[in-house]
Design a protein around this ligand. Structure first.
Ligand code: ADE
Length: 240
């Protein structure tokens, strides 16, 4: 998969995309990220990319022309069609289902805004989808773009070392939060590992994990239980 990032700070994304699972996905040739700076496409000595908003008010708005030229260059860098996603708090909230949908595409262009935003005419003409990573305001779309890149990279076939771990994650498969995990030592001043996990009884372990996942989801994110497909056995576990 190829991801192009249009941002006034492409080096910020390059930093994030070079480490951990995303870095490994790039090394394994499963993903490539390419930064594009609208300032490189701006006219004049000052290479101006923003201007004051019509109607007055604080802040600056990113101008159409540098962004349009930059997007065209990014688009032309590969023949695969690339939907343009604009990261903004006005977008639809990102979900794991959306991440899965994006991860299956051959290409993606992520557009990061700064200042008060981007001229609405550019958004109307060039953007296929607007995505938010949560109900809070960041000072730019770069961190949100890094979130999309990370979430999408780890779903590329072969990116994770243990193919199972993506399926077990919170939100994957059954839409529940993940169960707790423990490792050595079994006994520690901070507490004991639950005995069932050391019992070797795989059915009992699976049942305990399911119950923990259900209980956590009920306590922390009851909204998810409405969406999750719960079996009769799950309902019984929740009531225990
Ligand atoms: N840009 C600024 N805030 C954002 C948010 N919450 N999600 C996505 N992009 C943003």
């Amino acid at each position: 998969m190829r991801i192009d990032i249009v941002s006034l700070f492409p080096e910020f994304i390059a930093q994030c995309a070079g480490v951990g699972v995303v870095g490994r996905a790039q090394e394994r040739g499963l993903l490539s990220t390419h930064g594009w700076n609208p300032r490189d496409y701006a006219a004049g000595g000052y290479r101006r990319v923003d201007d004051r908003p019509f109607g007055g008010g604080p802040g600056m708005v990113m101008m159409i022309e540098p962004l349009q030229a930059c997007l065209s260059a990014a688009r032309a860098a590969d023949e695969a069609p690339a939907p343009v996603i604009y990261l903004s708090p006005q977008g639809r909230p990102l979900t794991q289902a959306k991440v899965r949908e994006l991860a299956a595409l051959p290409r993606l262009i992520l557009l990061c805004g700064r200042y008060e935003g981007v001229d609405e005419r550019l958004l109307a003409a060039e953007v296929d989808e607007e995505i938010s990573i949560g109900d809070y305001v960041l000072s730019g779309g770069e961190l949100a773009a890094a979130v999309v890149i990370d979430a999408v990279a780890r779903l590329q076939e072969g990116a994770l070392n243990d193919a199972e771990s993506a399926v077990q994650d919170s939100f994957e498969g059954d839409g529940l939060l993940d169960c707790p995990h423990y490792t050595h030592p079994a006994s520690h001043a901070l507490g004991e590992v639950p005995a069932v996990l050391r019992s070797g009884d795989h059915a009992a372990i699976a049942r305990w994990r399911r119950q923990q996942a259900l209980g956590r989801t009920w306590l922390r994110r009851p909204d998810l239980l409405d969406e999750a497909a719960l079996s009769k056995a799950d309902r019984a576990l929740l009531e225990e």
